[in-house]
Design a protein around this ligand. Structure first.
Ligand code: OSB
Ligand code: MG
Length: 368
């Protein structure tokens, strides 16, 4: 199979509400959608890089630069066996994993469509509806937070993840516990703490959280191992795991007892599956994180999360949790507290071309 035409497009999609984490806030997503065509079929991918480098060093702008200058031109007309070797001609490019993942995931969709198979099946997953969770951003006060959590629980989310930062942590989580009892609850610090905060982590350790996500520095593994040795609550690494090699090191050092897998963060679905396979061999549970994706990226995440090692509900919430209207049809919705899998070929949902056109900020086409 050879990609004959690749279309890269930046769309601007306003979030329903500001999403704030310890390292920054997001209001308007600038997403890159990639459509690849070959053998008369097409596939869609999404680059999840954020507007600013507060989660990872990549941004929408760096991804546009690397995709247009380095990644996409050599791939047009380049023969490949399957999605596993799409990136072979650009292996020399270091880093920029979110940019790489955007095109890689589009090729996975294309290949699944060529086979007439849903992406989840092509990846090796199971087609049953999944329990999913919701990630709740930092709120101005506890009352607002409690109201949000209540509404999400009513919608059927199976676990609640709450963003924390110094000054908005133990008391706030205690308030959630006091109000909602033993609902599955976890906290995500996005690297807001240091090892010197051990007394605070001991308090968090008494809250019965299913895990604490990325408490320390965004590139650290060693100090997370030191912290994990002091806690009974599992640590879950997010930012620190950029590859299977990172995951191997973190598991070896017992720095993480759960891994949040985001295909964008690790450079695509093939690497995401390798991290999953490694964890599964070692009996370490994983779950699928999110990057405030549009329906295109959400469809990929959902397909990935059907693999058997994804035992915790993912941050794969309904379209309405993020957008007034998504860019795919049908939109993602919870049915009886679960997210059904689209059963068409590939990602199984159709990008709404008219809507996408109306949100487009720029387009660049390679090949033709
Ligand atoms: O740390 O998991 C994170 C969103 C943007 C950047 C980082 C993170 C998140 C989320 C939201 O937690 C997950 C989602 O619902 O897409
Ligand atoms: Mg996280």
């Amino acid at each position: 199979m050879k990609p004959q035409r690749i279309e890269l497009r930046e769309i601007r999609l306003p979030l329903r509400e500001v999403f704030e984490i310890s390292s920054g806030a997001r209001r308007n997503r600038r997403l890159l959608l990639i459509r690849v065509e070959g053998e008369g079929v097409h596939g869609w991918g999404e680059c999840v890089a954020a507007e600013d480098p507060s989660y990872s060093p990549e941004t929408t702008e760096t991804a546009w630069h690397v995709l247009t200058e380095f990644l996409l031109p050599p791939l047009v007309g380049h023969p490949m066996e399957g999605p596993e070797d799409i990136l072979a001609p650009v292996e020399w490019v270091r880093g920029h994993r979110m940019a790489r993942a955007g095109i890689e995931m589009a090729v996975w969709d294309l290949h699944a469509r060529l086979l007439g198979m849903p992406l989840w099946e092509f990846l090796g997953g199971r087609g049953e509806p999944l329990e999913v969770g919701v990630s709740v951003g930092l709120q101005p006060d506890d009352d607002t937070l409690l109201r949000k959590v209540e509404a999400y629980l009513e919608e059927g989310y199976a676990r609640i993840k709450i963003k924390i930062k110094p000054g908005r942590d133990v008391d706030m989580l205690q308030a959630v516990r006091a109000r909602f009892g033993d609902v599955p609850l976890m906290a995500d610090a996005n690297s807001a703490y240091a090892l010197a905060d051990l007394p605070l982590f001991r308090e968090l350790d008494d809250l019965g959280l299913t895990m604490i996500e990325q408490p320390l520095h965004h590139e650290d593994i060693l100090e997370h191992a030191r912290l994990q040795a002091e806690l009974t609550t599992p640590i879950c690494l997010d930012e620190s795991i950029r590859s299977e090699a990172d995951a191997r090191l973190a598991l070896e050092l017992d720095a993480t007892r759960v891994i949040n897998i985001k295909p964008g963060r690790v450079g695509g679905l093939a690497e995401a599956r390798r991290v999953h396979d490694l964890c599964r061999r070692r009996g370490v549970p994983v779950w699928c994180g999110g990057m405030l994706e549009s329906g295109v990226g959400r469809a990929h995440n959902l397909a990935l999360a059907t693999l058997p090692g994804f035992v915790f509900p993912g941050d794969i919430s309904a379209s309405s949790r993020y957008w007034k209207r998504d860019v795919v049809t049908p939109e993602f919705e919870l049915v009886d507290g679960r997210m059904p899998l689209p059963d068409g070929p590939g990602i199984g949902v159709e990008p709404d071309l008219e809507r996408i056109e109306s949100l487009t900020h720029r387009v660049k086409v390679f090949g033709g």
